[in-house]
Design a protein. Structure first.
Length: 247
């Protein structure tokens, strides 16, 4: 997973380095293979709160001309906007547990409108009992969050995350990880939580000048200290970070 909030450029190099995680990124401990995260990819970009780009597909990002074309389209937005205007980017590289679930409709980021706001969401992990023929676990968790939202600010998202976590345990038997990135195009909300395999379900965040980058693994020379478990981190348009302990 990758999330960027920027008041300056979002360089094309960032997308190239993120795509490399499809082949060299960590795999779960005890995984039956080392195939990486080659089952799907997706990118979403909000410009000043408006969803400007949303593209996703199956396969490995490193082998997808559509991925690099979408990345270039987002990078070009830097040339067309005034200084200080906000850009938020979400990226996801997918590794499935069941090959039958490799379809474009199940590639992240997922996007949904609620009460006049457009939300985009990426997730790493699974529910013990979640998903059905039409939805994967991540979509179920996204639905739990949206159903619990009573606003769009940090406090509202923190409360929604707490309620979604409780329901994941109560109604879905728990989870491997609830780690997610969520945005309405105004702020980016990052949450790391897991019940097992914490060395795999990592999330890092660093302030790199005119942008704050959050990613499952450090890219672009990010600091290598992971975010603490159970704390929601919300990055505002002015690059402030608000924090609330959830669990």
């Amino acid at each position: 997973m990758m999330g960027v909030v920027s008041r300056g450029p979002v360089y094309y190099d960032l997308f190239e380095e993120f795509a490399d995680l499809a082949t060299r990124g960590m795999c779960p401990i005890g995984a039956p293979d080392e195939r990486g995260h080659k089952d799907g990819w997706g990118l979403a970009c909000f410009e000043d709160g408006r969803l400007a780009v949303h593209m996703r597909d199956v396969g490995a990002a490193t082998e997808a001309s559509k991925y690099y074309g979408t990345a270039w389209k987002i990078a070009k937005l830097n040339l067309e906007r005034e200084p200080g205007r906000s850009l938020i980017v979400l990226g996801h590289l997918r590794r499935v547990s069941e090959k039958s679930r490799v379809q474009q409709r199940w590639s992240h980021p997922f996007v949904e409108e609620r009460d006049g706001a457009t939300w985009a969401f990426v997730h790493n992990g699974s529910l013990s009992r979640g998903g059905d023929a039409d939805r994967i676990d991540s979509q179920v968790l996204f639905g739990l969050l949206l159903d619990a939202l009573r606003g769009r600010d940090h406090a509202a998202v923190a409360e929604a995350a707490r309620e979604a976590r409780d329901r994941a345990i109560r109604d879905h038997g728990g989870f491997t990880s609830l780690s997610f990135l969520l945005t309405d195009g105004v702020a980016l909300h990052a949450y790391r939580d897991f019940q097992a395999n914490g060395n795999y379900y990592t999330l890092y965040q660093d302030h790199l000048g005119e942008m704050i980058v959050t990613a499952s693994e450090p890219i672009l020379g990010m600091a290598d200290e992971p975010l603490p478990r159970g704390v929601l981190h919300s990055v505002t348009p002015t690059l402030e970070v608000q924090r609330t302990t959830i669990a």
